[in-house]
Design a protein around this ligand. Sequence first.
Ligand SMILES: [Cu+2]
Length: 313
Amino acid sequence: MNRLSEFMLPPAKSTLAGETDALFHFINVTSLIILTGITIAIIVFAWKYRRRSEDDVTPVITHNSTLEITWSVIPLILVMIVFGWGFSGYMNLTTAPDDAYEIRVVGKSWLWEFHYETGAVSVNELHVPVDRPVKLVMTSDDVLHSLYIPDYRVKMDVLPNRYTSLWFEATETSESIIFCSEYCGTQHSNMDAKVIVHSQDEFDEWLESGDEIDEDMPPAERGEALVVRNGCNACHSDDGSRLVGPSFQGLWMSDVTLEDGEVVTADENYIRESIIDPNAKITEGYDAVMPSYQGVISDRGIDDIIEYIKTLE
Ligand SMILES: [Cu+2]
């Protein structure tokens, strides 16, 4: 079973993965056996009962009860096994244990935000403790997204205006990738994140200091780290090239023409507003697709990002 998994599937790193894989292999292997059997039978019978002479006549056979019962009952049993097995797996997947640790998830075009009980927020990095059930309560800020962690064999749609949830229990301290698996616009393919599994102690420590990027770093460097951590660089380049949004290079104190023709200077206040309330002023030639970072990036963090943008002359 493990060999099969390694050959066909990503590593299994959650408590639910084993059962899901076992059912997958059962269906796969059974289908393969049946396919082989039927193919061999077709070939053998085609050969055995081939027409040998001009006056060969096919006997008239109306039915064969034994055969018909056999080929109905065996598949019925197989289907019932798959159904029962699948149903118990489904119940397991959908009912989180009562003591599950809850984390709120917000999907936005095109990033993932994770909100923890302590008020800590992380973007595109989900931090969880190992060997402990974790329940994600998810919603979307805009369109349909879907959170998919292949290593854990879990996936759930994320919808605007309602909550969905999924749970898992990570079995090892490692990193796994998270995908958005519901097409959500031009940067859908970049809407990935990772889940970072810590030991309980490490996780508690992370929660305490989570949002703090190293204090000793110079502000501009912290700003750059924040730009990466918050996924800004998916839409903004630092080298003048145009992505979904305008490049940060040369932005500082430049004249920005807005959608309505007004020209503003890209000073502290403009940049700050662009981060907190991006749709207040839309830059000419771009779509209003930037998510708001209100409540995600602290005032201090915004200062750091401004310092970073200043360095990109
Ligand atoms: Cu998405």
